[in-house]
Write a protein that binds this ligand. Structure first.
Ligand code: AMP
Length: 318
C-alpha cells in the first residue's frame, strides 16, 4: 500500500484532524496546511478539521489560524505539512494527538511521526497536497479556496515558477488549480507586494550588497538598520530573493540580527549547494534555499567564508 493510501485511510478513521506547519510561515507552509484543511472540510463535512500554529506574520490574506484547547488533541489525528524537523513545528502540542503524519518536500534528515510522506522532487508541499487530491479524486474534493491556497503555496516556493524545482508536473498541477476560478492575478499581486519600508530596504540591499570575485554575496541587517528602516524580521522575506537578479551573484547570505542578538541567516543559491552549510549552523533546508543561525559575528563571518569557498569551488568546476 502506498504511503498516500495509508494517509487517506488514517484521515478516514479520525473524527478530529489537526493540521500544523512550521514557525515563521511562508506561503507554502500556509498553502499546504490550510489547502489540505479546506480539502478535508469539503470532502468530509462531518469531521472536525483545525488549522493551528499562531500568527501568520502578514500573510493573513492567505489564511488565519484557529485556537483550540489541549483537550481537542485527545484521540485526534495530527498532520504536519512543510516542516522538516520537529523543533520547527509551530505549536509544540503537535505530539498530543493519537497519531502523527509528516508531509513534506524538504530532505528527510530528521524524520518524525508515525507516517512519513516526503517528496524532495516536489516544488513545494502545496504541490504534494495537490498530488494527494489528484490520487484520490473520488474521495477528495477540490474547490476554489483550497485551489487558491495551494496555488499560492506553489507560486511562493517556486518564486513564480522561476526556481529549478519547477517541473512540467508543477505547471500541470498549477494549471488544474487555476481552473477552479480564484483570482490568480490578485493573489500574485498580494504575494508580490511589499511595504514602502521594505522597498526602501531593498534599495539599501542593492546599494550595499557585498559581492566577491566568485559571486558570493552578503548583506548584514543589524538591529539598528532594521529600526532605521522600520522593518521587522518577518518582513525581510520579500528581500531574500533580490540579490539573485544580479548577474554576478551566485550564492548569498542575508544575516538578520534578532532582538536576542544572534543572526538569522537566510541562504540562497543559483548553483552551489548550500544546505550542508546550513546544517552545520543550526539550520537546514533545500540545496538552493536554506536557513540557519549564527550565534556571533564571528560565526556569521565563518559562514560567509564558507559561502565564498562554495562559490569558488563551483566556479572552478564549471
Ligand atoms: P527561509 O530562509 O527562512 O525562507 O528558509 C529557507 C528554507 O530553509 C526553507 O525551506 C526552510 O524550511 C529552511 N530552513 C530555514 N530555517 C531553518 C532552520 N533553522 N532549520 C531547518 N531548516 C530551515
Amino acid at each position: 500500500m502506498s504511503v498516500q493510501t495509508e494517509i487517506l485511510n488514517e484521515i478516514k478513521q479520525y473524527d478530529t484532524i489537526i493540521i500544523h506547519r512550521h514557525q515563521r510561515p511562508d506561503p507554502d507552509a500556509l498553502g499546504s496546511q490550510v489547502g489540505l484543511a479546506e480539502i478535508l472540510r469539503k470532502s468530509f463535512p462531518d469531521k472536525k478539521v483545525y488549522q493551528v500554529g499562531g500568527a501568520v506574520e502578514g500573510l493573513d490574506y492567505l489564511a488565519t489560524m484557529q485556537e483550540i484547547p489541549e483537550e481537542t488533541y485527545q484521540g485526534a489525528l495530527v498532520i504536519v505539512t512543510d516542516t522538516a524537523n520537529a523543533p520547527r513545528i509551530s505549536d509544540s502540542r503537535y505530539d498530543l494527538g493519537d497519531k502523527l503524519i509528516k508531509i513534506d518536500h524538504h530532505p528527510n534528515d530528521e524524520p518524525y511521526g508515525d507516517l512519513v510522506w516526503v517528496n524532495t522532487n516536489a516544488s513545494s508541499c502545496s504541490e504534494m497536497i495537490a498530488d494527494f487530491w489528484q490520487l484520490f479524486p473520488d474521495d477528495l474534493v477540490m474547490h476554489e479556496e483550497a485551489a487558491r491556497l495551494l496555488y499560492g503555496g506553489i507560486v511562493g516556493d517556486t518564486g513564480r515558477f522561476l526556481y529549478p524545482a519547477t517541473s512540467a508536473h508543477t505547471l500541470a498541477i498549477a494549471s488544474k488549480l487555476l481552473a477552479y476560478g480564484f483570482d490568480a492575478a490578485k493573489l500574485n499581486r498580494q504575494l508580490e507586494q511589499v511595504s514602502r519600508n521594505v522597498a526602501r530596504l531593498s534599495g539599501y540591499v542593492y546599494q550595499n550588497l557585498e559581492i566577491d570575485e566568485n559571486g558570493a554575496g552578503r548583506i548584514i541587517f543589524t538591529k539598528e538598520l532594521m529600526a532605521e528602516f522600520a522593518v521587522t524580521d518577518a518582513e525581510t522575506s520579500g528581500i531574500v530573493p533580490l540579490p539573485g537578479v544580479i548577474e554576478d551573484v551566485l550564492a548569498w547570505g542575508i544575516f538578520v540580527e534578532q532582538p536576542e542578538g544572534y543572526y538569522r541567516v537566510r541562504l540562497r543559491s543559483k548553483g552551489p549547494v548550500i544546505n550542508e552549510l546550513a546544517k552545520q549552523h543550526h539550520g537546514g533546508g533545500h540545496p538552493l534555499a536554506s536557513g540557519a543561525n549564527a550565534y556571533s559575528l564571528d560565526e556569521a563571518q565563518e559562514m560567509y567564508a564558507e559561502i565564498q569557498r562554495l562559490c569558488r569551488e563551483f566556479v572552478e568546476n564549471q
